[in-house]
Design a protein around this ligand. Structure first.
Ligand code: G4P
Length: 531
């Protein structure tokens, strides 16, 4: 029992979010380097290595050189056991990216110092807010010319509506980048770009009160600017409060340069200290304590055909309480079945291996013969509860799909429903007809290609996709109180339904969403679908 508690306590499970090219992959690589999980040679090969090492299971991924699916990495650093949930770096990300955040206990937001908050970060941030998880900010690429530091913080506060608390403060940027001031230690850590790819830094730590050294190392101009900025900051900035961080109201902010490996270990240390061990989760039987003895987990992602030879699926689950042991029996609540999880796997840096044991906070991938759905609960045989469902995230691109050969109707419907069940796409029907017209909604347009590719390759069905102009989908929260037939929307509004018959509305622009709400008193629309 003592062991169980110790193991769970040392776990940290977080997702890294960013807009493509902000430096998420580079930062992850450096984390792995500190954890000793990858060697130096591997690390300097760059992102191509990192991405392909973790998930080159799909042809389309290799062809385009991008990561279609999110991946999970585990490594040890000091006494911590860290699980990083990576989210696809390409702008064509999918619903999986959102769902990954459901499995994390906190998020690290990487921002490019010359760009500020960008579109993809904004989207992913919304999900973090919905979950109220702590968010940590790493402002990257200080070795390049950066925006004004106060402006960067202002941008985060205004764009995302979260208070910021800088833990360190950059001294210059680009060619005049001198290092960071650690507000906690009241010291300056000098920048040295010789750290690139190595663990041994050449940085020096200088006490802020050591005036001569400060001036010598920073130059008097940079030193006076720093003094001014610190004074301003002490007067204006939010104070650090662990409680506010835990609630997701305040984000600790760090500055650094992932590429030159500056500020990364400093960030990791503070982050691990400020972030929490596995959090308790809600279920229909109350809150499930992660430290309780009995195993429980939920499925947050299903990935098809990782091994082409076997045509299998892998269900990724987040362990929420207790310990998983090889060959142990568990209950699949939604399937009402007692079963053994088969060949559970875990990713250790770049290797996939079979796990003998895993603890709350860990992610395991198990072989799925087609029985699991996103959001399913697994628990110990004597228990019976369901974890709170995973919301359905709003697709932003829609297309009508038809199979080219009408004789292949059966394969087409089977294929498209299976792919929808894995959660890569969402399928809808016209409101007043059946499945003869299928409308597909996706979060990133790449999923259309994935769908076409998979239907051709796995189900032998050619399809034609006709893009639709809609960009906004809304679930009707109070569908039982509203007469859908009588709903009066704007001329661009379209009524559709999901496979369970739930009504939804499609709109071309956000203005129409507002108009429709105005025209229909009492109508409640939601951006997330509840299962
Ligand atoms: P992502 O996963 O968020 O998409 O970003 P990634 O780490 O792949 O980084 C995007 C580009 O930014 C890469 O350059 C990377 O080397 C560079 N980069 C990351 N961190 C820093 C930093 O701190 N400073 C500077 N100057 N550059 C940084 P690339 O040329 O697109 O790729 P590569 O050929 O270097 O791999």
């Amino acid at each position: 029992m003592a062991d169980l508690e110790k193991e769970i306590k040392r776990r940290r499970t977080f997702a890294i979010i960013s807009h493509p090219d902000a430096g998420k992959t580079t930062l992850t690589e450096k984390f792995l380097l500190y954890g000793g999980a990858i060697n130096l040679a591997g690390s300097v090969k760059g992102k191509a290595t990192a991405r392909h090492a973790v998930s080159d299971w799909m042809e389309i991924e290799k062809e385009r050189g991008i990561s279609v699916t999110s991946s999970v990495l585990q490594f040890e650093y000091q006494d911590y056991c860290i699980n990083i949930l990576d989210t696809p770096g390409h702008q064509d990300f999918s619903e999986d990216t959102y769902r990954t955040l459901m499995a994390a206990d906190s998020a690290v937001m990487v921002i490019d110092a010359s760009k500020g908050v960008e579109a993809q970060t904004r989207k992913l941030f919304k999900v973090c807010v919905m979950r109220k998880i702590p968010i940590f900010t790493f402002i990257n690429k200080l070795d390049r010319d950066a925006n004004d530091t106060f402006e960067l913080l202002d941008d985060i506060e205004k764009e995302l509506g979260i208070a910021t608390c800088p833990v360190n403060w950059p001294i210059g940027s680009g060619k005049s980048f001198r290092g960071v001031y650690d507000r906690n230690l009241k010291s300056v850590i000098t920048y040295s770009d010789t750290e690139k790819g190595t663990k041994e830094g050449k940085s020096e730590k200088i006490d802020f009160n050591n005036l001569d050294m400060m001036k010598e190392k920073l130059g008097s101009e940079a030193y006076s600017k720093l003094c001014e900025e610190i004074e301003l900051l002490e007067g204006a900035g939010a104070d650090f409060s662990q409680e506010e961080v835990d609630k997701g109201n305040l984000t600790p902010v760090f500055f650094g340069s992932a590429l030159t490996n500056f500020g990364v270990e400093m960030f990791l240390k503070y982050f691990l200290d400020m972030t929490m061990p596995p959090l308790a989760r809600n279920s229909d039987n109350g809150i499930i304590d992660p430290f309780k003895n009995d195993f429980s987990a939920f499925v947050f992602k299903i990935q098809a055909n990782m091994n082409k030879a076997h045509r299998d699926r892998v269900a990724f689950m987040r362990i929420c309480s207790g310990k998983y042991e090889a060959s142990m029996e568990v209950k699949h609540v939604q399937g009402n079945k007692v079963m053994r999880l088969s060949q559970p796997q875990q990713m250790m840096a770049s290797d996939r291996h079979v796990v003998e044991e895993a603890y709350a906070g860990d992610i395991i991938g198990v072989f799925d013969p087609g029985i699991f759905s996103i959001g399913d609960t697994l628990c110990s045989v004597k228990d019976e509860f369901r974890f709170e469902g995973i919301p359905t995230f709003a697709p932003e691109h829609f297309a009508r799909v038809r199979q080219v050969d009408t004789m292949k109707r059966k394969q087409f419907v089977k294929g498209i429903t299976q792919i929808a069940q894995e959660g890569a796409i969402q399928i809808f029907q016209e409101f007043n007809t059946g499945l003869e017209e299928i409308i597909v909604g996706v979060v990133g347009v790449l999923q259309f290609e994935v769908l076409k590719y998979r239907l051709e390759n796995e189900y032998n069905v050619d399809i034609r996709l006709e893009n639709l102009p809609y960009e906004y989908i809304r679930w009707i929260d109070n569908k039982d109180e509203i007469d859908i037939e009588k709903l009066t929307g704007t001329s661009d509004m379209k009524k559709i339904k999901d496979l369970k018959g739930n009504p939804l509305l499609l709109f071309i622009n956000s203005w129409s969403v507002g108009m429709t709400l105005e025209r229909n008193e009492g109508l409640k629309l939601a951006e997330f679908g509840r299962n």
